[in-house]
Design a protein around this ligand. Structure first.
Ligand code: HEC
Length: 73
């Protein structure tokens, strides 16, 4: 799901595409609450859509933890 639904804009390796990179190194300095809000409500005026209709707040927090734990080179 992360790779397909998020990867379509953020790049299959999540290094960024239409949307910014979602690699741990780029997210770790951003507050969880801010990431949660971005994913749940989207960003007005940008291509980032709100995911609230599809994923709960709990699931979104899990996504954020998963993104932050990724291994990469
Ligand atoms: C239709 C394209 C699109 C899809 C699909 C998409 N995003 Fe985004 N996303 C964007 C864009 C564009 C931005 C940048 C918004 C801006 O300029 O502020 C963004 C921004 C973000 C940010 C903020 C990053 C930062 O550094 O501030 C996060 C986190 C994020 N997306 C997570 C996700 C997740 C998780 C998914 C899958 C559930 C997802 N996105 C799916 C287009 C998309």
């Amino acid at each position: 799901m992360l790779k397909h639904d998020c990867g379509s804009c953020h790049g299959l390796t999540l290094k960024g595409g239409l949307g910014p990179s979602l690699l741990a190194q780029d997210l770790s300095n951003k507050p969880d609450a801010y990431l949660l809000d971005t994913i749940q409500n989207g960003r007005k005026g940008t291509a980032m859509p709100p995911w609230k209709p599809f994923i709960t707040e709990q699931e979104t927090l899990w996504f954020i933890q998963t993104l932050l734990r990724q291994q990469h080179d």
